[in-house]
Design a binder for this molecule. Sequence first.
Ligand code: NAD
Length: 490
Amino acid sequence: MATAAQPEVKPGLLFIGGKWVDPSSTKVFPTINPATGEILTQLADANERDADAAVQAASRAFRDGPWPEMSAADRAKILWKIGDLIDKYNEDLGTLETLDNGKPIFESRQVDLPMAAEVFRYYAGWATKIHGETVPVRGPFLNYTLREPVGVVAAIVPWNFPLLLASWKVAPALATGNTVVLKPSPWTSLTALRLAEISQEAGLPDGVLNVVTGSTVALGQALVRHPQVAKIAFTGSTRTGQEIAREAAGTLKRVTLELGGKSPNIVLADADLDGAVRGATVGIFYGKGEVCAAGSRLFVEKRIHDEFMHKLIERTKKMQPGDPLDPRTRFGALVSEQQMNTVLKYIDKGKDEGAKLVAGGERALLGNGKGCFVQPTVFDAVQNDMVIAREEIFGPVLATIEFGDIDEAVRAANKNPYGLAAAVWTRDIAKAHRIARKLEAGTVWINTYNNYDPAAPFGGYKMSGYGRELGMQALESYTQVKSVWVNLKD
Ligand code: NAD
């Protein structure tokens, strides 16, 4: 395994009120490089008291600091600068993300970080375009609305796209004038800490962005329960999302939930087969399959099944895991040993259920043999009601299901509690649009997979959550409307 000079972060400290501060206890926890099993550094294990300190700092910054008085144009400049600094530090940030998460350095530097920078610039553009309206009310009155920030936002993010998913929450929250407490996943906290430093360099006032790291569920729960937190912006598993929704009811917080998925990828017989094979592999193996919108259920029309599978297996076998720090690697290490074991258990389950393993299926040993590498895995002859077709595996495991006609495929695709994304491959464009309407998913891709853009809304139907991130839609959940009445009588 290649080694990389470790870029500077401030391990063991929390970023609260514009300063690096000691946590209230001396407890620390390790963050591990999943490609080697080595400890990268020790992080502060923040508790409820630290959560409270971060919320108090965000609350003060929202009420009394320069942030609420700042013009939208000045806020926009700071957001734009954060985006530019993410670009400037692309190399270091990319190394951190790869060391922490196991994703190929190619993905960190060329996909995640440029998009995170773009998200900040996209919302910088929105800051000056958020305004209220005048309302034609009855009588001698003027009524107008103000679009105001909600207050303190707690952004709770998972480990698969650590900085990118943080940007999806932090950027619109700041653009609309809120203040933020960011809580990264215990497995991947390093780039969130660097983001704190970057935001300071960009001129963000103290307390507007705070970052707390911790190994326990109690830290997230403390943010969710805190009476001074106005909104929870959460990305993570459906089970945690349900807990958060229940818990947030106590203080009636606003909640947006970006949750899990089991997204169907449907290939019709008239599709461009080579394109669809590429799409199927990108759909499931990009990001090692640790992607909420991964195309983990592949529906293939019977007529083309054998030819398609032959091409798919060939392509999959060429995709072997490699050293994440090597710029040629396209398939890295899973995020942790725990996640690797979960994925391997699902692979065993698939075999037990009678699905046909046609590619991969094993842990891959490379480097020092301690890395969390799993071969890209394809099952054929899967039934839609098998566990590997129903549950989110969150790893590089594809379940292929054969279908006879398109109605059957759409019915089966929709017969799943999740509804995050879906795709259809066909040359018949009218059919493609008809199917897009029938699929119960927040995103539908036609003849493509895994496209994202800061301007395109993203979020779930059904158990994949509610609320939308990105696009103008995200602004809604970070603002509230005030109706102001003025008496115009003499
Ligand atoms: P997770 O739900 O275990 O954790 C997500 C975050 O919530 C972490 O920061 C965690 O520490 C925190 N957390 C855990 N329990 C909490 C609680 N009770 N209260 C408050 N915070 C709590 O998810 P994960 O394993 O980190 O991430 C994988 C999951 O995320 C997958 O299910 C995946 O589909 C989902 N995901 C969804 C999207 C999307 O946009 N829909 C994107 C990426 C990942």
